[in-house]
Write a protein that binds this ligand. Structure first.
Ligand code: CP
Length: 297
């Protein structure tokens, strides 16, 4: 692995190796290697709290030199293309780029970039490190994937998390179902659409997705009724009561409290939302270490 662009490029063996390494970093069983001679730049063209911050912490724990790059003060503002920006950073001596961009599969235009790229999210395409940290969190909980029932609810059409997780969890043997308003369904992904209330007492994992208003048209935003959405597709206290004893709740966050999930359930006993964030930092360490190790070899 020299880049991480899409979950579709990873085998189940590679996924298992990354999860194992991240778990070893977390438990202290594996020391943190130090890459003091390597430079990394984080190029976030879309807003982020979790992904950017956890990459920053992971990079510092691995001893990388952080290259100061802010899209708002870079020559991107003068019209420089993503390709030219990356080529420039490569020429200057950066070894690794972490990129989040609003364009789906932006990385297709970066084929000629020789340094490594980690995709921090592309439009409604893929969010591979989110999917990997979700898989790590599920594995910590259940120690298996085969036969697990996963219900992913919400804005499927605009969600790179739904797309990445459907692909990888299905490959690992889980059964993935979607529940979504008609207008946010995407039949190209392949999961069956179900009525949340018909399956809520049978699933092992309920994954709520953020309503992505920034990807909706103004008419759609104007017509959105938060209360109706919460009643029809959100995790309400009534639905929480119907979950199996062993079931868990996940959300990639940021969370719209009271819309995707009732405010008081965000930190309920079955919630693993902040555990996902904790795991994200170790998982990102594992991805960076694996890529830089492969580069050395
Ligand atoms: N889950 C996630 O990608 O969060 P951020 O947008 O804050 O990075």
């Amino acid at each position: 692995m020299r880049n991480l662009l899409s979950m579709e490029h990873l085998t189940t063996t590679e996924i298992a190796q990354l999860i194992r390494k991240a778990s070893e970093f977390k438990s202290g069983a594996r020391p943190f290697p130090q890459y003091n001679d390597q430079f990394v730049a984080n190029l976030f063209f879309e807003n982020s709290t979790r992904t950017k911050s956890s990459f920053l912490v992971a990079e510092q724990k691995l001893g990388l030199n952080l290259f100061d790059f802010e899209t708002s003060t870079s020559s991107v503002q003068k019209g420089e293309s993503l390709y030219d920006t990356c080529k420039t950073l490569e020429s200057i001596g950066v070894n690794l780029l972490v990129i989040r961009h609003s364009e789906n599969a932006y990385y297709d235009k970066l084929d000629n970039i020789q340094i490594s790229i980690i995709n921090g999210g592309d439009g409604s395409g893929q969010h591979p490190t989110q999917s990997l940290l979700d898989i790590m969190t599920i594995h910590e909980e259940f120690k298996r994937f085969e036969g697990l029932k996963v219900l992913i609810c919400g804005d499927i059409k605009n969600s790179r998390v739904a797309r990445s997780n459907y692909h990888s969890l299905t490959a690992l043997g889980a059964e993935v179902m979607f529940s979504s308003p008609q207008e946010w369904q995407d039949d190209s992904i392949g999961a069956p659409y179900v009525d949340m209330d018909e399956v809520i007492d049978q699933v092992d994992i309920v994954m709520l997705l953020r309503v992505q208003h920034e990807r909706h048209g103004s008419e759609e935003v104007d017509h959105f009724e938060a209360g109706h959405y919460h009643q029809d597709f959100g995790l309400t206290p009534e639905r929480y009561q119907r979950l199996q004893e062993s079931a868990i709740i996940m959300h990639p966050a940021p969370v719209n409290r009271g819309i995707e999930i009732a405010d008081e359930l965000v930190e309920a006993p079955k919630s693993r939302i902040f555990k996902q964030m904790e795991n994200g930092m170790f998982l990102r360490m594992a991805v960076i270490d694996t890529i830089l190790e492969n580069r050395k070899g």
